[in-house]
Design a protein around this ligand. Sequence first.
Ligand code: BTN
Length: 328
Amino acid sequence: MTLTRYRLIQALADGRFHSGEVLARNLGISRAAVWKHLQGLREKLEVDIQAVSGRGYRIAHPLELLEQGEIMAALSETVRDRIPDFVLHHQIDSTNSWLLEESTRQAPSGTVCLAEQQTAGRGRRGRSWISPFGSNVYLSILWRYRLAPVQLSGLSLAAGLAVVRALEQLGIQGIGLKWPNDVLADGCKLAGLLLEVVGEADGPSRVVVGVGVNVRMSAQQGAGIDQPWTDLSSMSGARTCSRNRLAALLIEHLVAMLNAFETQGLAPLLEEWNRYDLLRGQTVKLSTGDRSIEGTHLGVDSQGALLLAQGDRTRAYHAGEVSLRSDA
Ligand code: BTN
């Protein structure tokens, strides 16, 4: 996105009317150019911009744009000290892809990347992650470990718990986890995580932890999502949640967790994870690429594997998609 377009969105973010003349003057462009850029924003960002003759332009819902300074100021000193680099993109293909690429070029551990919009946001299992402009949170963090990639298997669960902690601190209630790390509210997906690990067999390794939280998304924007979903703006008690505060809390809890994981692993978090586990004790179906297994969900082990009981046998599974047997 060009700087002019971003500045236009910034000017309109308050949701009030702004005359084309004032917008043009402040941005140093012609009124015709303002109109043209607004057309572009409507189409590319799917932002609902209304034009009323005599009053000017406004966006249908005020936007709270992300502010790097505000987010950094809200972090604890300990966490801030662990973030050597912080990049906020107005538009990027995927914060995970960007950070993975940067990680091949010496980007330091603790680099944080946020975006207002992703044009090719990625979800787990090859899905895409719908990422409209200025409305949700798309965050990735790079962390480097001396550990081997196999030792990071529990990280995916620990990261899910960090997201739950952040949401709870924001005052959001009634959320739970579905193995390995879907964050659900009332059976609908509220947030998702994508962890991408690269490394040598015996270490070191690096991981990009990507988190997407639905904050406000219109039915139209979410129409392409192939599972029940929700957003914070439709949950009671969370209507007025600040994206900057949410981003700061996510970074705070994720960085603290990523740091502790090197020495502690998942074990100290298991009891807390189990408390949020939505499917524990239920009969579930685990789908892995080509097969599906049914069993009783007994919880998770210290490596983050799902424990399924089938008859008198219990086995640990490391990958797959779990669902209640009733939706089979
Ligand atoms: C899922 O399928 O549940 C995982 C969704 C992960 C989405 C986030 S948004 C920020 C980061 N960048 C991506 O492309 N994906 C992750």
